[in-house]
Ligand binder design. Structure first.
Ligand code: F6R
Length: 264
């Protein structure tokens, strides 16, 4: 078990790869290129996918490549990182709607090969267990992540206090995330208070991980994640335990890093 390996060998040092690019568009292009390389080298890849504003540009470029160059995604299997709980799945702010709008309706990934937790499940714990079971039957080849806003340093919805070996589960949303999300909900009564998310343990089981961060709002979190102590206070810092993780940053997100090259 991968997490056991981390425990036995700790402390040890891995060196995350850090790629710093001039603009946010360069991050989109880099991420789309890596996605396409993955699919071309292994058409039946299993991918973990994020939502949010960060990957929108990457998805746009993938759709463009599919339409213009016939990028074939028919053998791909996808697992989203997370979904709100207690939100109609056809609500425009649900991650199911997001994925439909930004990727799925434009490309040829069969419906049966796309997975997102059910935001309408009556019991989030049962839904989380079901998602965990589907996910762990597969080996994820590449997990693509964003990082939470402000000081959250969340990946998926694994907020502060999440353990390195956490599994798919119900997680309440932290205050900063609720605040940011309020922009997507004109009716404040509709704002979901919780989510179903892959755990840190699930994410770390991917063969490769690529975290994307753009903009000054991510600068503090990126510095804390890469240069602060590893631990539950900054859940994204656990990625530094993974042997093949790349942080793809624009200049704005990288601006507070002391050391702007790969290293631990
Ligand atoms: C979304 C997810 C979250 C986001 C994070 C950043 O699936 O897992 O961790 O990646 O909240 O969101 P944006 O990109 O909107 O800043």
């Amino acid at each position: 078990m991968l997490v056991e390996k981390y425990r036995q060998k700790e402390p040890f040092v891995y060196h995350p790869e850090i790629v710093i690019l001039p603009t946010s568009y360069d991050v989109d292009k880099y991420a789309a290129t890596k996605f396409i390389e993955q699919v071309r080298s292994k058409p039946n890849s299993v991918l973990t996918l994020p939502t949010g504003s960060t990957p929108e540009g990457m998805y746009g470029l993938l759709v463009q490549t599919h339409k213009e160059s016939g990028l074939d995604l028919s053998q791909l299997t996808t697992f989203n990182l997370d979904e709100y709980w207690q939100l109609p799945s056809d609500h425009s702010a649900s991650y199911a709607s997001y994925m439909q709008r930004n990727l799925f309706q434009h490309v040829n990934i069969p419906v049966t090969q796309r997975h997102i937790p059910n935001s309408e499940a009556p019991d989030p714990n049962i839904e989380a267990a079901h998602y965990e079971e589907m996910l762990t039957k597969q080996q994820v080849d590449l997990a693509i992540l964003g990082i939470g806003p402000g000081t959250t340093c969340h990946i998926g919805f694994n907020g502060r206090g999440s353990a390195i070996d956490s599994r798919t589960r119900y997680m309440p949303l932290d205050e900063q995330t609720l605040h940011v999300n309020a922009q997507s909900f004109p009716n404040p009564n509709e704002i979901p208070r919780g989510s179903i998310t892959q755990g840190i343990g699930n994410i770390l089981e991917a063969k490769k991980i690529m975290l994307l961060a753009k903009g000054v709002d991510k600068a503090w979190g990126i510095q804390r994640t890469l240069e602060g102590p590893k631990g539950s206070e900054a859940p994204a810092s656990f990625l530094r335990f993974h042997p093949r993780v790349t942080f793809v940053l624009d200049q704005a997100a990288a601006q507070l890093l002391y050391k702007k090259t790969s290293g631990n």
